[in-house]
Structure formats: C-alpha cells, structure tokens
Design a protein around this ligand. Structure first.
Ligand code: CA
Length: 220
C-alpha cells in the first residue's frame, strides 16, 4: 500500500517514513500543504497521513479542498494533544481518523491497517483467496495453512491485487503501488515479481490479461 505523508516536522516525518517503510508500506513524504496537493493529483496513494499545522496551506484546508473535489482517499490526521477543536474540525471535514502526537508507532500502523480494511469493505483482518491468506498487519502469507516467504515487493504486489479482486491492474498501476518516488523501477520488475509469486503460490492465482495487465479473480 502506498501512503502520502504531509508533515513539516522533519523528525516526525523521518521517523514515520522510516517506520512505515519497515512495515512494508511505500511512503512518499512532502513537507507543506501545496506540495501535498500536487502529489495527490497523481492519484496513486491509498491513504493520506495529514499534519494540520503546515506551512503554505493548512492541513485542514488541504482536506476540505480534497473532499470538495470529490477525492475520497482515506485521511488520517496527525495532530497535537491540546487541539481538540482541530480534531473535531478534521473529522467533520471528512477525515477518517486522527492520532495525537506524540503517538506510538504500533498504534499508527494499526490505525492505518484498520482504515484500509474498512475502505476495501473487509470485515476480517486477513485477506483470503482460496488457499491463500495474507495478513496486512503481520505481513504473513500462507498457502494451505503453510507460511510462504515473500520479498517486500512480492508482498506489496500480492496485497495490491488481493485488495481489488476482479480488477485488472496494468503494469504501470502495479509499479505505482510498489515503488515510491525516487525508487528505481527495474525493467520487467513487475513481471519478475509476478513470476516469483506464481512459483510460490501456484500458477493459477494471478492471471495475465494479455495487453492489459494482471488480475486475481474473485472467488465465486
Ligand atoms: Ca506541523
């Protein structure tokens, strides 16, 4: 899953980005509201982590503009302890949740997973597909109950496909899911990862739609 972080505090920004990357998220980070809006135009992020006190354009204004344009990306607000009015204002402006600084990193990750789960309409924490399960929080994948070792990119690809069963995702769309800014995408990278996933999880799970992309079909 690919996240956008808008946070002007360098220390918080660095540590959140580092921690979330270790947790397997793809994270892009900008430090002011306007740059955040520009980044959101790409439409590639699954969730926005939004600080409220920002230079250029306040977080709450960024959020209001987003929602006014009909952009329904999930938003998790990061805010200071004493700003009750900000938290209420954020939620009524269309944020999905908020977290008070300083926050515990595990709580941040847990809330992100919960929001993403609600967004995709899943009621259980595990993603399931036939004999395959994927746990976004613990990053465990199993096949017929047996653990399967995936690389970080393989995991991200599988998660992107399982999150939208029945939807064909093109190679550029999949690249956008698993690579952030300034990360070099090797040629045929997606194909190489798909090949590895098929070897580990069976040839039938991920289907190629010639000339269009890849899909995991819904289990009927
Ligand atoms: Ca700030």
């Amino acid at each position: 899953m690919r996240l956008l972080l808008i946070e002007d505090d360098r220390m918080i920004g660095e540590s959140v980005r580092k921690g979330l990357r270790q947790d397997g998220f793809t994270v892009d980070w900008v430090q002011d509201g306007r740059s955040g809006e520009t980044a959101l135009l790409e439409g590639v992020h699954d969730l926005l982590l939004l600080d409220l006190g920002l230079p250029g354009k306040e977080g709450i204004e960024v959020l209001k503009t987003l929602r006014k344009k009909g952009n329904m990306i999930p938003v998790l607000i990061l805010t200071a302890r004493d700003a009750l009015a900000d938290r209420v204002g954020g939620l009524s402006a269309g944020a999905d949740d908020y977290l008070i600084k300083p926050f515990d990193f595990e709580e941040l990750a847990a809330r992100i997973h919960a929001i993403l789960r609600r967004k995709s309409g899943r009621t259980e924490t595990l993603m399931r597909h036939g004999p395959v399960t994927l746990d976004p929080a613990s990053r465990h994948v199993t096949l017929n109950g047996n653990p399967v070792n995936l690389s970080a990119r393989e995991f991200a690809l599988l998660e992107a496909l399982l999150d939208r069963p029945g939807t064909v995702l093109s190679v550029p769309q999949l690249e956008e899911k698993i690579y952030g800014w300034n990360e070099e995408v090797g040629s045929n990278a997606v194909e190489v990862h798909i090949h590895a996933l098929r070897k580990k999880l069976g040839a039938d799970l991920i289907r190629n739609v010639r000339g269009v992309g890849y899909v995991i079909h819904k289990v009927s």
